[in-house]
Design a protein around this ligand. Structure first.
Ligand code: ATP
Ligand code: MG
Ligand code: MG
Length: 382
């Protein structure tokens, strides 16, 4: 392919994106540090070394690329706005600007009649403000940072009044906060949506399991979910994505409540952890789908369907600097198991260092294969 894709950020999502791009001879230019995860697997002269927050570097990336995209939403959208006058940016900078402020994202969804958990912004990050908000939302509630949130780092569950001060202490330094009504969910679901120039498609509805607000497991398809809810989740995910601008894949996180109602938790304007399974389980992965969408290449709906059931387990940093490597060695002993390590080097506890995907003819078989690895990675043992 003769088009060059520029990407702000070169983490694991960029690494998996370029793995898909290489098969199609699509050149991907990354703007990130020299030895970033994505650059390790892509050797050419088009990369830019620097921070994806640096204006001059973003201009240089745009000059080198035919289309610019992101692997992280925490970028300078005013720079994206500037470059989009000369180089297409996908999805649109307005989408990234709206989504990177989780509270603004919610208000936008409400405006478009998409159901979300009730949320109220704190005027200031103080205990007094949190008390005021909790009087309306009730307890427990989830206190959240509006910006720069990922992997639960901007979340603090507030269960009682005793949590007010610790919550403000933990998140107050992150800037603006908002409170979100606690969702008594039966399970969490996610759908990867692909928005092309012509149409909006979706991958299957999957079940996600989070531990301490960080994604741990993904089951594709979601277990024990009726065909009706499955369809409702895909329709809602497509509706939610359709109120944003531009093309590409979007990760849509949802809460399935006890009564079968669905609420959107949040949307990621990029490939997403809940879509890693597509690499092994679908004819076209979320990464290839993103490339096809932003480059206006053909895409077939049936290529987004599951070949067989899949389970994805994140490999997080453990107690020792090499816990994740030991985990990978253990996983190698299992059949039907694909291991992805991200080349991040330094492990911090809880940092996403890699993942494994098991696919099998039945979900039951996939569950049996992955069970010892879930047991291995249980906190306290790992
Ligand atoms: P990501 O890494 O997906 O960007 P994040 O840091 O933006 O995550 P959220 O998606 O807002 O955080 O929340 C992470 C997890 O915390 C959710 O998947 C869910 O398990 C839990 N959670 C978030 N909001 C609520 C809520 N209102 N009620 C109950 N649980 C919640
Ligand atoms: Mg998020
Ligand atoms: Mg999330």
């Amino acid at each position: 392919m003769d088009k060059r894709v520029g990407v702000l950020g070169g983490g694991q999502l960029g690494r998996m994106l370029v793995e898909a791009a290489n098969l199609l001879e699509i050149r991907v230019n990354f703007l990130d540090a020299a030895n970033s995860s994505a650059k390790q697997v892509s050797n050419h002269a088009g990369h830019i070394e620097g921070s994806f927050k640096d204006a001059a570097a973003i201009r240089q990336l745009a000059a080198n690329s035919d289309v610019v995209t992101v692997e992280i939403e925490h970028v300078d959208t005013y720079m994206l706005e500037e470059i989009s006058a000369t180089t297409p940016v996908q999805p649109d900078y307005k989408t990234i600007r709206m989504i990177q402020d989780k509270f603004a994202q919610k208000e936008h969804l409400i405006k478009h009649h998409v159901p979300v958990a009730k949320s109220i912004a704190l005027e200031k990050p103080t205990v007094g403000e949190l008390e005021k908000v909790s009087a309306t939302l009730g307890l427990p509630l989830m206190l959240k940072s509006r910006r720069e949130a990922y992997d639960g780092r901007g979340n603090f569950p507030v269960k009682s009044k005793a949590d007010f001060q610790p919550a403000i202490d933990a998140l107050g330094k992150n800037g603006e906060l908002y409170g979100e009504q606690w969702a008594q969910f039966k399970m969490e679901l996610a759908v990867m949506v692909v928005k092309t120039k012509y149409q909006t498609y979706s991958f299957p509805t999957v079940e996600t399991i989070h531990e301490n607000s960080i994604c741990k497991l993904v089951y594709a398809p979601a277990r024990g979910v009726s065909a009706e809810i499955n369809q409702k989740a895909q329709d809602l995910a497509k509706k939610a994505v359709s109120c944003f601008w531009g093309r590409g894949v979007f990760g849509v996180e949802m809460f399935l409540l006890q009564d079968g109602e669905l609420l959107i938790n949040e949307i990621a304007p990029r490939p997403h952890n809940s879509g890693h399974y597509t690499i092994e389980a679908c004819p076209v992965s979320q990464y290839e789908a993103h490339l096809r969408a932003i480059l206006d290449l053909p895409l077939h709906e049936e290529d987004l369907q599951l070949r067989e059931p899949a389970i994805m387990l994140n490999i997080l940093g453990g107690d020792k600097p090499d816990s994740h490597l030991q985990f990978a060695r253990e996983a190698l002993k299992q059949r039907r198991t694909k291991i992805h390590l991200y080349g991040k080097g330094e492990a911090r506890k809880g940092r996403k260092m890699g993942h494994i995907t098991v696919t099998a003819p039945t979900m039951r078989e996939a569950e049996a294969i992955i069970a010892p690895m879930i047991a291995y990675s249980t906190p306290g043992k790992y």
